[in-house]
Design a protein around this ligand. Structure first.
Ligand SMILES: Cc1cc2nc3c(=O)[nH]c(=O)nc-3n(C[C@H](O)[C@H](O)[C@H](O)COP(=O)(O)OP(=O)(O)OC[C@H]3O[C@@H](n4cnc5c(N)ncnc54)[C@H](O)[C@@H]3O)c2cc1C
Length: 395
């Protein structure tokens, strides 16, 4: 079967891209190839479920622009398709005086990114919102929300199929050939051809790019994010979303409290190196993935830069007590009795040749192929805008 466009990856980015292309070019034939038996089984189905406001991202970056545009598109999509979401707001809490300058910088950054209703609040006002926090000052971010990204993805898949698109699950792309400007995509037992290729394969996006003969210096390093869940007693201590002031040199937001759309409260995620690209458990090791990480010079350069941060994260990963201690900085009443292990997710974090964590989204076009090589958080929030920007690259 020959398609106008083949998309590798049935996560929220691949799905949003297909939906946006269908909206722009209803006549084009599209297929999504997904290796799992169902869509949204990786980053899209294992995240915090937060609709990010755009406060953290560098003004004018792709992250800032698509996150802001994405919120609007996502909320509209949810309303039309009756997917529950909540604009619950969040507080970013400073617990030490040293954190106040960074809190102020975040406020200014948010203003530059056009966030509405931002406010620096003092202790008493913070206590009115979150009675159990220990902050000395906080940033109130009313535009933050929560949603279930798996539900959003399932609805996108339903519409794509209704519009004539074909989602082929259980199709792991293992070989890509290009002959006379047409791609031949093979799994172990199937083959399709396409005139245009889009790589939205998340944790495998660098490998898929190389498979398609696109030379990229970007390497994906998997970072596992582990969560704990509060029990019923613990849930009473948290009303909405409570975040720490993040380390400005890291793309991770720090251990935070999230009351998701189902009303469950999670604490996390941590950020520890995963020893397999889909290593959801501590002991999941994939020898090829591990060997690749350890033999990449850029990885060792990265470790040199983030060694101290990484050791703190590893400690919290192996010690429930250390994890609780980090959470207690914001909510002192939390104890180990309130929490139980929850799920984890693995982030596809791209690094450059010189070992820098790539901050912004990275989308590369080479003739009739587009590769999404870095789409970490807030890519779920921004997904509908990212998909639109990719559809705009196609003529
Ligand atoms: C712990 C964690 C917390 C996060 N929290 C948030 C949040 O609160 N808000 C937010 O906006 N973002 C959040 N994110 C980020 C967000 O989840 C991701 O940016 C987004 O889901 C990326 O979507 P994707 O489609 O690119 O990747 P994925 O969802 O990983 O999809 C890629 C797909 O490609 C498939 N695939 C890979 N290789 C092949 C192959 N060879 N053949 C066929 N298929 C293949 C995979 O099976 C997978 O389904 C979080 C991420 C993590 C991990």
């Amino acid at each position: 079967m020959n398609y106008d466009i083949a998309i590798i990856g049935g996560g929220i980015i691949g799905l949003s891209t297909a939906w946006n292309i269908q909206n722009k070019f209803p006549q084009k034939s599209i297929t999504i190839l997904e290796k799992e038996p169902q869509i949204a089984q990786h980053q899209t189905g294992h995240n915090s479920g937060v609709i990010h406001s755009g406060i953290y991202y560098k003004p004018n970056s792709k992250k800032a622009k698509t996150c802001r545009a994405g919120i609007f598109l996502l909320e509209k999509f949810c309303k039309i398709n009756e997917i529950p979401f909540k604009k619950c707001g969040k507080v970013i809490v400073a617990t030490k005086h040293e954190e106040l300058p960074n809190l102020q910088k975040l406020y200014e950054n948010g203003k530059q990114n056009n966030l509405q209703g931002l406010e620096i609040i003092q202790k008493d006002q913070l206590r009115e919102i979150e009675q159990n926090t220990a902050g000395i000052q906080a940033l109130l971010v009313p535009e933050t929300g929560v949603v279930d990204y798996t539900k959003v993805s399932q609805k996108l898949a339903e519409i794509i199929e209704k519009n004539g698109g074909k989602i082929q699950t259980g199709f792991r792309v293992t070989e890509i050939k290009c002959e006379h400007k047409r791609f031949i995509l093979r799994s172990s037992n199937e083959e399709i051809t396409a005139n245009f290729l889009i790589n939205a394969s998340g944790l495998y996006s660098d490998r898929i790019a190389r498979m398609a003969s696109v030379q990229t210096e970007i390497q994906i390093i998997p970072f596992r994010g582990e969560y704990f869940r509060l029990n019923q007693e613990g849930e009473k201590l948290v009303n909405t979303l409570i975040y720490p002031v993040p380390n400005p040199s890291m793309p991770f937001l720090g251990v935070h409290f999230t009351k998701n759309i189902a009303g469950e409260v999670s604490i996390g995620p941590s950020a520890v190196l995963a020893l397999a690209r889909e290593g959801y458990r501590k002991m999941d090791i994939q020898p090829t993935d591990l060997a690749e990480i350890l033999t990449t010079p850029a990885f060792w350069k990265l470790i040199k830069q983030i060694g101290k941060f990484a050791s703190g994260e590893i400690l919290r990963s192996f010690s429930k007590k250390a994890f609780v201690k980090a959470a207690q900085k914001m909510v002192p009443a939390i104890t180990t009795n309130h929490i139980a292990e929850f799920e984890s997710g693995v982030r596809a974090q791209a690094i450059s040749k010189d070992g820098q964590l790539l901050d912004d989204f990275a989308i590369v076009q080479v003739e009739n192929q587009i590769h999404i090589l870095n789409a970490p958080s807030p890519a779920a929030t921004a997904s509908l805008a990212i998909g639109k920007s990719i559809a705009d690259l196609i003529h």
